[in-house]
Design a protein around this ligand. Sequence first.
Ligand SMILES: C[S@@+](CC[C@H](N)C(=O)[O-])C[C@H]1O[C@@H](n2cnc3c(N)ncnc32)[C@H](O)[C@@H]1O
Length: 222
Amino acid sequence: MNGDDPDEMLAAVYAADGPEANRSLYARWAATYETGFVTDRRYGYPEQVVSVFAEHGLAGVGEGDAVVDVGCGTGLAGVALRRRAAVAVDGLDISPEMLQHAASKQHDGVPVYRELIEVDLTQPLRIESGTYAGVVSVGTFTHGHVGPASLDEVLRIVRPGGVAAIGINAAHFAAAGFGEAFDHLGSSGRIADLRLVDVPIYDGADMTDPDQFAHVALFTVG
Ligand SMILES: C[S@@+](CC[C@H](N)C(=O)[O-])C[C@H]1O[C@@H](n2cnc3c(N)ncnc32)[C@H](O)[C@@H]1O
């Protein structure tokens, strides 16, 4: 497997067993992720999640505030965000190779990302609580990547009142117990106003196939 076949790579990352496997698979996939997978599969998911965030969350992001892109990969969600607003965006990801691509993304001649931070979302994050005014995540809450246990730390780094738009593969949502996790976060006051907005992962996706669409968990951090 050399990283050139998008179907083979998607199957491999979906079957990854833990962060180290992800790190090494994405090291192989980074160079062809956009030219292969994104183009061939018509992966429109970053645009979809950012559009949900823009509609509900951008108004609360003031001057001097920043939004965090969780599992930013090569930076497609950052690009989509910056096209909509002159907002500071930081990106978090486990893969230095994917982050290197994100670092090359520019909008109006300036880097899309203010800061890119190598993190493992299955571990505590070395980021101060309440740092961000909002959060987006695309393609990272999915099979073989991260589950509901990673939500706690993501919520911790967003300030109270900040808006989250977190895309979660619909099959993974059901299999990994995201419904129960969100119930608990709601009843304990850590999130409010949860809505699930269904979006296609791929342009023209079959919306009856839970691996072809995502629930975007849209909520306010408590
Ligand atoms: C399918 S890609 C999505 C990238 C980008 N958001 C997009 O939509 O194009 C999933 C990303 O999650 C990252 N990832 C996987 N496991 C992770 C972990 N434990 N901590 C941080 N990032 C992780 C991968 O490195 C990869 O960049």
